[in-house]
Design a protein around this ligand. Structure first.
Ligand code: ADP
Ligand code: MG
Length: 287
């Protein structure tokens, strides 16, 4: 039988948008030692807008650069892709679209091979660009992606996401409860460092590919910490499963929700604090 206090807590929490799917995980939530947040869509809004474009090829305008990128990205669901497509009125058709997981996307546009990719992807392919303007954008916390045309880097597009106003408070309260607070992201190191500084994180992992996120969670567990992972994306499902407590936040994706022990219906990272507090209060009463 379910103890009454647990049943009451479960019902109460559901009314407040905190859905407990696994009762053991809810019980374990009281003695966690670290919380790892996904960045995009969890600590940040996950809505990117284009802020700057840099053209590296003669005869190519900023508008043409954006249009090429949008042609590829109209077939992607990624938040970065949505930001780029929004900046262009009528992207031309693209063929043979393929996502490059955690790194970008590619397609054929007007017979050209066009890729929109991360700085890490450029590094791996020996295409790295040295440009002070790119460095400056990254230092401002902007996410920079590059447009590659037939193997040549044609330009860069900077996008800004917004940190959720509630993130800083959530981090402050979790730290006050004695937890270490960390972030896991596929995004660039400098963007991650900027977000970490803005909201006061203890630690972060950047440029983590989708299939490495679970391993990062394990790494933190191997430091001897009991860990909650908070995420919203398809990418995050294995990491949620690996964590001692997996928490899906926001509308989320079905996969993340199915894998999670706890689902926070609202897009508010402070609800992580609420659920941990509720777990502590519930099981304190029982012993
Ligand atoms: P996150 O951990 O923030 O959810 P992802 O793993 O989804 O990040 O993506 C990591 C990085 O890969 C992005 O910051 C971006 O540089 C690049 N990327 C992924 N998909 C795309 C895309 N469709 N267009 C451009 N860049 C992309
Ligand atoms: Mg994500």
């Amino acid at each position: 039988a379910v103890p009454l206090v647990v049943a009451v807590s479960t019902a109460l929490s559901a009314q407040n948008g905190l859905l407990i799917r696994d009762r053991t995980a809810f019980e374990n939530a009281r003695n966690l030692q670290a919380v790892i947040f996904d960045k995009t869509g969890t600590l940040t809004e996950g809505r990117f807008g284009v802020t700057d474009t840099l053209v590296f090829q003669d005869g190519l305008s900023e508008e043409e650069l954006l249009t090429l990128a949008a042609a590829v990205e109209q077939h992607s669901e990624h938040p970065i892709a949505r930001g780029i497509v929004e900046a262009v009125a009528h992207p031309p058709a693209a063929e043979d679209f393929e996502a490059i997981p955690g790194k970008g996307a590619r397609a054929r546009v007007n017979g050209e091979e066009v890729r929109v990719v991360s700085p890490g992807y450029l590094r791996e392919h020996g295409l790295e660009v040295q440009d002070e303007r790119v460095d400056r954008l990254a230092e401002q916390g902007k996410t920079v992606v590059f447009v590659v045309r037939d193997g040549r880097v044609a330009g860069a597009i900077a996008l800004a996401d917004v940190i959720r106003p509630e993130s800083k408070e959530a981090v402050r309260q979790l730290k006050a409860m004695g937890l270490q607070v960390m972030m896991l992201t596929g995004d660039n190191r400098r963007v991650a460092a900027w977000v970490a500084r803005e909201i006061g994180l203890d630690d972060y992992f950047a440029e983590v590919l989708p299939d490495q996120k679970a391993a990062k969670v394990r790494e933190v567990q191997q430091r001897g910490l009991r860990v909650a992972m908070v995420g919203d994306g398809i990418n995050d499902a294995p990491a949620l499963a690996q964590a001692d407590v997996g928490i899906a936040i926001g509308a989320g994706t079905d996969v993340a929700i199915e894998t999670a022990d706890i689902v926070l219906v609202r897009n508010d990272p402070r609800d992580v604090v609420s659920i941990l507090r509720l777990s502590r209060a519930t099981y304190r009463k029982m012993v």
